[in-house]
Design a protein around this ligand. Sequence first.
Ligand SMILES: *Cc1c(COP(=O)(O)O)cnc(C)c1O
Length: 252
Amino acid sequence: MLKAMEEINVKLGVKTILSRIEEACNRRKPELQGVSPQLVAVSKTKPVSMIIEAYEAGQRHFGENYVGELVEKASNAEILEKCKEIRWHFIGNLQTNKVNKVLSIPNLYLIETVDDEKLASKINSGWSKYCGEKNKLKVMIQVNTSGEDAKNGTNPDNVVTLSKFVIEKCENLCFDGLMTIGQFGYDLSQGPNPDFLLLSKCKDDVCTNLGLEWKSVGLSMGMSDDFEHAIELGSTNVRVGSSIFGHRVKKV
Ligand SMILES: *Cc1c(COP(=O)(O)O)cnc(C)c1O
């Protein structure tokens, strides 16, 4: 087990994914050019040493989906010392009673998984105490594009309403875009991934209804198996774990 982890070359992994991202960008239609997608290295279940290795390869954005694990890694002394510009993305299911824990970590950059008004309000009020010294907190709205009961995320029909709520009622938050996980194992030979198409349509709706500039709204979609396809469909934020850090032992 340990040996298997040591064999993973994290630095090479980051470089390889970055060049695949660049190639996918070049394949986008002209109207989707103009934003370069950000790579979020999803480090869940992986050790601090691997995060530092990726950081040393130039990677700055990291994603975690468990509150306890995020708190532990973000406050780790070695990370604080060696990864001063790290930017943490929270990408998991966030219960309201854990919001303050997430907000208290050093270098929190973006919460990608806001899916109702109650959670948005809780994050907004919690962030008020940091707002003097830090900027508004970036948040994304998670959309349940596949309609599966087991998935978190707001209904696509509710995206405009919830985005409007975040923009108009949450003065400490900065609306950064939309996020989806989508169904697993979609077969691309069936055509473009319907989850990505739907998320992109939600973005168009938000922009039209709320008068936002198209380029100002991000789309977080695409993981190890489909990030290139997601970029071709307009993703601005890909969340890649196992292709950088190796397979996870725990299924999460
Ligand atoms: C684990 C996870 C990822 C990364 O998945 P890989 O298939 O390992 O790239 C991306 N997004 C979310 C929300 C995750 O939980």
